[in-house]
Ligand binder design. Structure first.
Ligand code: AHR
Ligand code: AHR
Length: 514
């Protein structure tokens, strides 16, 4: 492929060169030159290069070294009160403790992700669109992460969750050039349409080819063949998730690590490029750098300038994903500038949050934390497939103890979550059906895998862990009247009762009874 004049074609190369260049740029423009990782954020780097951020979103850190405004807003269910969470220090990591304090003993959803640029292109919960209904907000404590040694929370997108801004300022429209990246995760993905971040339609509808230029990340291979099983960084240019070229690009081999940098660039008139990298180390890989699709409608682009997070352009919202940070620029930075931003992301220090899930491979019991029932454990009865809570002690019969013992395995439908196999009924897993919890044999179906996969997070009432269903956002394993269900806070089933919900969905992980 010919190297385009708009791209230097050396993008594979040298994060060190990128960092050096950023340093050189900062010297030229007179910015401080000590401690580059702390002194410059991605948007400082893009600004210094003459391609400023026109939108900068993150719930985990400030993206400008001087930013100390709000990062995101949460709403708690106990009183519908709101608060905003900002960085611990200007340019720093989010103050997760402020969220934890505000959301103690209740549940919170993220209602707004602030734009840190002067454009105020804030993302709020997406409304209905051409191919999806009203979206919901992400549970605020569903995606703990450690950044620069501090706990923070990412945006945990499950099907039905989405954010948008349809009336933006400064974002590329028509065939204007734009660069955009996000930091996401390869462990929480699906093949549903469409986990996107970036430029989309202003009316939540599919307005035709070229009306979007967003980053897509997931396992949906829209234009076979694709190489491997993904997830792939792709470009959602509308009516297709493009792995490169006219869609199919077996050269795009995907990025599956726990923290992934995903980047899509277009000059709007002739070319686009796709890059992916490990957000914890190393450089970006050029998966594609060449012509926009020649299949009609994409040359030139017809960008509309809305910003979407977590859904497709028409609000198609059957996708899952993780979002930590993302920006969109005015104009097209050089490859070296993108490389410097990747170096900054690596320096930010993304690591898994320790203690956010019981360890895969462990053998555990799960004790209720509600005051009524702190001697009761999640268990099944061999004569029945129903799951209940019941008292277990060291004096209990061997069968009683093993009925209350579970093997923690990688989630059948999502390896970043978990599944629970019975210790004494091999092949049988906790799964919900009709929003009740059962012990059933894995039948190998996708439905079973979904129903048997739970995403662990720190306990909603501050104790132990809570386990959210992977397929029903906001729905958690809960005991109610000594029977176990999956329940949302104040939903329509009897067992969704808001009274004691936070305690009933919080489980202490104990040593196994058997
Ligand atoms: O381009 C893929 C998807 O197709 C878009 O996100 C959506 O608007 C349409 O359904
Ligand atoms: O538990 C809710 C749903 O009920 C499950 O996803 C499905 O298996 C059943 O219809």
């Amino acid at each position: 492929m010919t190297s385009r004049p708009w791209s230097t074609g050396v993008r594979r190369a040298l994060p060190a060169l990128g960092a050096a260049l950023a340093l050189a740029v900062s010297v030229i423009v007179g910015l401080p030159t000590t401690s580059q990782a702390a002194a410059q954020g991605p948007c400082d780097i893009y600004a210094a290069a003459g391609t400023p951020c026109v939108a900068a979103h993150s719930t985990v850190r400030a993206l400008y070294s001087g930013y100390d405004g709000p990062l995101y807003q949460v709403r708690r269910s106990s009183d519908d009160g709101y608060t905003t969470v900002g960085p611990l220090t200007a340019g720093g990591v989010a103050d997760a403790a402020a969220q934890d304090a505000f959301c103690a003993d209740t549940s919170c959803v993220i209602t707004r992700v602030y734009d840190q640029s002067a454009n105020h292109n804030d993302l709020t919960i997406e409304g209905p669109g051409g191919n999806g209904g009203q979206d919901v907000g992400a549970y605020a404590n569903a995606l703990p992460v450690t950044v620069d040694g501090h706990k923070a929370y990412g945006v945990y997108i499950t099907p039905g969750t989405g954010y948008r801004d349809d009336a933006t300022k400064g974002v590329a429209t028509g065939s204007t050039a734009q660069d955009e990246y996000m930091v996401t995760s390869g462990t929480h993905v699906d093949g549903g349409c469409c986990f996107d971040y970036g430029n989309a339609e202003t009316n939540n509808d599919d307005n035709g080819s070229g009306h979007m230029s967003a980053i897509n990340f997931g396992t949906e291979c829209w234009f076979p063949p694709c190489t491997g099983s993904g997830p792939w960084v792709q470009a959602d240019l509308e009516n297709g998730l493009f792995a490169g070229g006219n869609g199919s690009n077996p050269g795009n081999r995907g990025n599956s690590g726990p923290f992934v940098t995903a980047l899509v660039r277009t000059n709007g008139t002739s070319d686009y490029s796709i890059e992916g990298g490990n957000a914890q180390s190393g450089a970006l890989t050029d998966w594609y750098d060449g012509s926009l699709p020649t299949t009609g409608g994409y040359i030139p682009m017809h960008q509309e300038g809305a910003i979407v997070l977590g859904t497709g352009g028409d609000d198609s919202n059957s996708s899952a994903g993780s979002f930590f940070e993302g920006v969109m620029t005015a104009g097209l930075p050089s490859a070296a500038t993108d490389a410097a931003v990747q170096a900054d992301i690596v320096a930010a220090g993304y690591t898994a949050y320790a203690g956010s899930a019981p360890a895969v491979g462990s053998r555990i019991s799960l004790r209720a934390t509600t005051a009524c029932c702190t001697g009761d454990y999640l268990t099944h009865d061999d004569s029945d497939t129903k799951v209940v809570i019941a008292a277990v002690t060291s004096a209990s019969a061997a069968t009683t103890r093993s009925d209350a013992t579970w093997l923690v395995e990688a989630g059948l439908a999502d390896s970043s979550c978990v599944s629970f196999e019975s210790a004494n009924d091999p092949g049988q897993y906790l799964r919900h059906s009709g929003f009740e919890l059962w012990l059933n044999t894995d039948d190998g179906s996708a439905q079973f895998a979904q129903d048997a996969t739970f995403c662990a997070q720190p306990g909603i009432d501050g104790q132990g862990f809570s386990f959210q269903t992977v397929n029903y956002p906001g729905t958690y394993i809960r005991h109610f009247d000594y029977t176990v269900y999956v329940a949302s806070d104040g939903g329509s089933n009897t067992w969704d009762n808001a009274n004691l919900w936070t305690s009933d969905v919080s489980w202490a992980v104990t040593s196994p009874w058997a």
